[in-house]
Design a protein around this ligand. Structure first.
Ligand SMILES: [Zn+2]
Length: 340
């Protein structure tokens, strides 16, 4: 039976239900929290997160994928404290989020760098997926990387290649951050292809931030899924444009190749709740169920297509990973039978 790792244990992929493929429990800047403790209230934020995720369960969503990795303040103990108390299942990620440079620790290590040695990131990611994160035994279910307007800088390329190699070793799917206005998804596909990644294992994220159908068509033709995953983030693209683009791609037969999400968080250290309320009032977890699904239906998107985007596609993405895992452990077992 194919399974996916969640914070609260392995889950059969058949039980994933309706999935939001790109969200965050907490986006956190630990240095600020540690040095300016008035900027972060752990107990209050935990309570608030549980109630926001329970509201999401009430709205009919069963699972979220929390794409908070290093660079965004991943803190697995804090996520566990929330996940253990809510009805929504949480899949967590490994990888690295940077638009330009890695932090010094990683910049100094790796081939051609001052301290040298192998690139440590690939093994870090594989350990998070196969052993667990920070000694908790909680395994990451997906890999994440980012390419924004600055393009494929040397450090961004390192992250993309480490993610690709960790994917090839573990089978875990890849989900990305892109800047679609500079067509960064195509850069990511090129590097993944060079590394031998099957592009059907890749979700090119933030693809819903553009109305450029030619660009989106190129990503689809290469085999990847599109993350239409920033609903509610109006300052970047309007509600109508986001809905129209998804409806148009559904009409062209691509419902089986898109996933939906908000890229929202229970709390982001970077945005005060008051700022969010004023500037992005719809950027929250239930915007899709409240407003986007009715608007898609109005534009002719059927229930079967909505189920594909929320249920069938996420399940297929994680099932492919699980099948790969089973195959590899079969190969390992045959090897150990041969050598034993
Ligand atoms: Zn995100």
């Amino acid at each position: 039976m194919p399974t996916v790792d969640t914070v609260t244990g392995p889950l059969p992929t058949s039980a994933l239900g309706r999935v939001l493929m790109h969200e965050h429990v907490f986006v956190l800047n630990h240095e600020y929290a540690r040095n300016y403790p008035e900027t972060w209230d752990d107990a209050a934020r935990t309570e608030d997160a549980v109630s926001k995720l329970d509201a999401l369960a009430d709205a009919g969503i069963d699972t979220i994928v929390d794409l908070t990795v290093l660079g965004l303040g991943r803190d697995i103990e804090r996520v566990r404290a929330v996940a253990e108390r809510t009805r929504v299942r949480v899949v967590v990620a490994t990888g690295f989020y940077t638009f330009t440079e890695l932090p010094t620790y990683l910049r100094l290590r790796g081939p051609g760098r001052m301290i040298g040695g192998d690139d440590p990131m690939e093994d870090m990611f594989v350990r998070d997926i196969e052993v667990g994160i920070a000694g908790t035994g909680i395994r990451a279910g997906i890999l994440k990387c980012a390419t924004d307007a600055p393009g494929v800088t040397p450090d961004v390329e390192r992250v993309l290649r480490a993610v690709a190699r960790a994917h090839l070793r573990t089978g875990a799917p890849i989900s990305t951050h892109t800047d679609p206005r500079t067509a960064r998804g195509l850069d990511q596909q090129r590097i993944f292809r060079e590394e031998g990644v099957d592009l059907t294992a890749v979700v090119i994220g933030h693809s819903g931030d553009t109305t450029d159908l030619d660009y989106l068509q190129r990503l689809l033709d290469a085999g990847s899924y599109l993350g239409m995953d920033r609903f509610g983030l109006e300052p970047l693209l309007s509600f109508d444009d986001r809905v129209r683009t998804v409806a148009e791609l559904c009409a062209r037969g691509y419902a089986e190749r898109m996933v939906l999400s908000h890229d929202a968080s229970c709390h982001s250290h970077n945005f005060d709740p008051a700022y969010r309320a004023e500037h992005m009032p719809d950027w929250h977890f239930t915007h899709i169920t409240d407003a986007v699904l009715p608007a898609l239906r109005e534009r002719g998107v059927g229930d079967e297509q909505i189920d594909a985007m929320l249920v069938g596609n996420p399940r297929r993405i994680f099932e492919a990973a699980s099948d790969g895992r089973a195959q590899r452990s079969g190969i390992e077992k045959r090897w150990s039978d041969l050598s034993g």
